[in-house]
Each structure stands twice: as structure tokens, then as C-alpha cells.
Write a protein that binds this ligand. Structure first.
Ligand SMILES: Cc1cc2nc3c(=O)[nH]c(=O)nc-3n(C[C@H](O)[C@H](O)[C@H](O)COP(=O)(O)OP(=O)(O)OC[C@H]3O[C@@H](n4cnc5c(N)ncnc54)[C@H](O)[C@@H]3O)c2cc1C
Length: 359
């Protein structure tokens, strides 16, 4: 941290470990690729810069938005405050053999700004298992606990040992163990208490031996197509990456944020009524009599798969994915999302909740 900045509440200037851009375009900073500007965008490369930057922003009453890879954010307007984009790097094996873990496991620490998919492959290259089903999810390591990312029958929370975060209410670094993170389906403490914690690093407890989870959405078939009879974790990551590449639009060429809606969780009464009316509707029973429905099925049943309003559309491959076909802005994509929510609510009485952060 430079001395000037450590004591200053004057306008931000680029200093050690961070770069300031004023009136910055956010077009290339989110995978939806919608036009929006931030009054100030700060790329943070060094962990040490974070406390002072947050303190200065608070003193100047500037609202702060924390950004990783921008793959789960939709800007519907400009951001009048500060966007802190985390670019901090660092991967370490903290403990090679963690005592007391079933089998053999290592404790690995990753800085928030590391690219998630690179990190997954780094763990696999070190002979560690667990994260293979989460390959090719875009974004940063620091964002993964926020919505407890999940895919192909695995959620990241299963492997998180602890999250290190800057607590903006106490201005201190805290360590939150897995229980404190309160992971749930696409949810966590960090999502519920949004904006309070800036995640700086995540510790993962990763086994060396673990049964592979292959019974999900075409994984076995893909391995067979690859000619792999006895898969290891790297082959599974490869197979899942191939399936994802085929099924999901590539955000590099087609603006999107993956699934736009969470699968809704409904009461037992509503689930029973819907099951009676729609025999083919997918439904997963949960604890306490609740049930999870397929948001994609509900949207498709409303005839909205492939639906377009100008350059804002629903993917014709995957009803959960909203697409910017080129010229859509965030407000247009959000209007489309609202239309989907209203149509599904009117037809099924089910409220769909957006997965990304909508600004
Ligand atoms: C093609 C595609 C496929 C996807 N597939 C999946 C999938 O299979 N499963 C899944 O769960 N998600 C999926 N996603 C969503 C997305 O990739 C994940 O949610 C990812 O973890 C977001 O990471 P990010 O760094 O881009 O976060 P951002 O979009 O930058 O931020 C997301 C949220 O996290 C907050 N945040 C980011 N970093 C930090 C930090 N260090 N501290 C505190 N808050 C922070 C932001 O403020 C924001 O609220 C997909 C997205 C795309 C585009």
C-alpha cells in the first residue's frame, strides 16, 4: 500500500497493487456483454490494498460492488460508485496430508482472483479429487462460495474448508469455516448478507481418493464416446467440459450468464397439485415435504424456449439461459426475465428467482 493512499480520503489514484479507471466501460467485464459504466473501476492485484480501498470508499460514501469474472452479474444501469474487480493471485498446498480426514486429503488455498477452471485443473494435476464435476464453470475462485456453485451433482460447499473474507461491518479479516458459510442450494451466508463480506481466499479440503460421480446428465455416455473405460478425475473433467461446451453458449462469443433462474423450491401442497395436473413435470422431493422443480421445464412448458424480444432472447438449446444476441442492453434482458417470471407464475403459480446479481 502506498503511503499516500493509506491515509488519504482524496479521490482514488492508482497505487501499489491496484489500478484505477474512471468512468469505465463495463461492457467487457461481464459475460452478458451489456453496455454500462462504472463511475470508478479498480482492478485489485494485491490483497494488502483491499482494506484501505474499502475504508476510503466508505469515507467517501461511495457504494462498492465487488466483481470477479462478471459471469453472474447483469447491469441494467450504470454503477455510480466503485467497482472493485478482484485480480489477486496465489495457489498453495497448505497441508499435504491433513490428519483426521478419511482417506488422504490435502488442504489447498486459492486467492479470490484465481480463475476457477484453471484452479480445478491445477488441483487435478496435483492428484487431488472432488472438483472435477465443476470444470469449465466460468468466473473466479472468490465467487464460488457466494452461490455455492454446483453442476453435475456436486456443489463446491462440500469441499470448502474455510473462507477468508474482509468483513466490511467490523473492518477486519475473518475466517469462516464450512458450517459458518451456511451453504445451501445456490445460496450461502455471503448471498444472504450480500455486500458484507469481500472474499479474499478460499481453503479447500480435497481428497486423493474418492468415488467419481458419473450418474448425471450424460457423463457416462460422454466418457464412452471418448473411448474411456476406466475414467480418472481428469477424464471426468474433460468429459464434462465437452458436454458443457456443446450444451451451453460460449460467453466469449454469445453474451449470457449461464442459468438465469434457480430451480424453484415449492411447498408440499403446491407440488402435489402440480404433479396431479402435469404428470411429466420433473419434481425432486426434499426434506420437510418441500419439492424442487425444474425451472427449465416450467419455462419450456410456457412455450418460451427460443423466445426473443429483439436481441434479448431465451436460448433455443437451453430454456434457462438468457442470451444477448448482440445489441441487447441490461434493461431489455431484465424485461425479458420479468416476462418469463410473470408467465410462469400465471401458468403454474410458481415464482422464479434470478440466479445472477441484477443491478
Ligand atoms: C456459460 C456459463 C455457465 C455457468 N454455469 C454455472 C454452473 O454450472 N453452476 C453454477 O453454479 N454457476 C454457473 N454459472 C454462473 C457463474 O459462472 C458462477 O456463479 C461463478 O461463480 C461467478 O463467478 P464470477 O467470478 O464471474 O462472479 P461475478 O459474476 O463477478 O460475481 C457474482 C457475485 O459474486 C459477488 N462476488 C464476486 N467475487 C466476490 C468476492 N471475492 N467476494 C465477495 N463477493 C464476490 C459479486 O458481487 C456478485 O454478487 C455459469 C455462468 C456462465 C456464463
Amino acid at each position: 500500500m502506498n503511503d499516500h493512499h493509506a491515509t488519504s480520503t482524496l479521490p482514488f489514484v492508482t497505487g501499489y497493487g491496484y489500478t484505477v479507471h474512471e468512468n469505465a466501460s463495463m461492457l467487457d467485464r461481464t459475460t452478458f456483454r451489456v453496455p454500462a459504466r462504472a463511475a470508478m473501476l479498480i482492478d485489485v492485484h494485491e490483497f494488502d490494498a483491499i482494506p484501505c480501498l474499502l475504508d476510503d470508499a466508505a469515507k467517501q460514501h461511495r457504494e462498492v460492488l465487488i466483481l470477479g469474472g462478471g459471469s453472474n452479474v447483469l447491469f441494467t444501469r450504470d454503477w455510480p460508485g466503485v467497482v472493485l474487480a478482484l485480480r489477486t493471485r496465489g495457489l498453495d498446498i497448505i497441508e499435504q496430508h491433513v490428519p483426521g480426514t478419511p482417506g488422504d486429503a490435502a488442504l489447498v488455498r486459492a486467492a479470490a482472483g484465481e480463475v476457477w477452471d484453471d484452479f480445478v485443473h491445477w488441483t487435478l494435476a496435483h492428484g487431488l479429487r472432488g472438483l472435477e464435476n465443476l470444470a469449465l464453470i466460468p468466473g473466479s475462485v472468490g465467487a464460488t462460495p457466494i452461490q455455492n456453485i454446483g453442476a453435475y451433482g456436486v456443489e463446491v460447499g462440500e469441499f470448502v474448508d474455510a473462507v477468508y473474507a474482509y468483513d466490511r461491518t467490523t473492518s477486519s479479516i475473518v475466517r469462516l469455516d464450512r458450517a459458518a458459510c451456511a451453504f445451501a442450494y445456490r445460496d450461502s451466508l455471503f448471498k444472504r448478507d450480500s455486500g458484507r463480506y469481500l472474499i479474499t481466499a478460499v481453503d479447500f479440503l480435497l481428497p486423493r481418493e474418492r468415488a467419481l460421480r458419473l450418474d448425471y446428465d450424460g457423463v457416462r455416455e460422454e466418457l464412452a464416446a471418448m473411448g474411456v473405460d476406466s475414467p480418472d478425475a481428469r477424464a471426468v473433467a474433460h468429459a464434462i467440459s465437452r458436454v458443457r461446451t456443446r450444451k451451453l453458449p460460449d460467453p466469449v462469443t454469445t453474451g449470457n450468464a449461464g442459468s438465469f433462474f434457480k430451480n424453484p423450491i415449492v411447498s408440499a401442497d403446491l407440488a402435489t397439485a402440480l404433479e396431479g395436473e402435469h404428470a411429466r413435470m420433473p419434481l425432486w422431493p426434499l426434506a420437510d415435504g418441500l419439492a424442487k422443480l425444474s425451472a427449465a421445464w416450467l419455462i419450456e412448458a410456457c412455450g418460451l424456449k427460443g423466445f426473443r424480444q429483439g436481441d434479448a432472447g431465451v436460448s433455443d438449446q437451453h430454456a434457462l439461459v438468457l442470451i444477448n444476441y448482440g445489441g441487447a442492453n441490461g434493461a431489455q434482458l431484465w424485461a425479458l426475465a420479468r416476462h418469463i417470471q410473470q408467465t410462469v407464475l400465471a401458468r403454474f403459480g410458481v415464482a422464479l428467482e434470478p440466479e445472477p446479481l441484477v443491478i
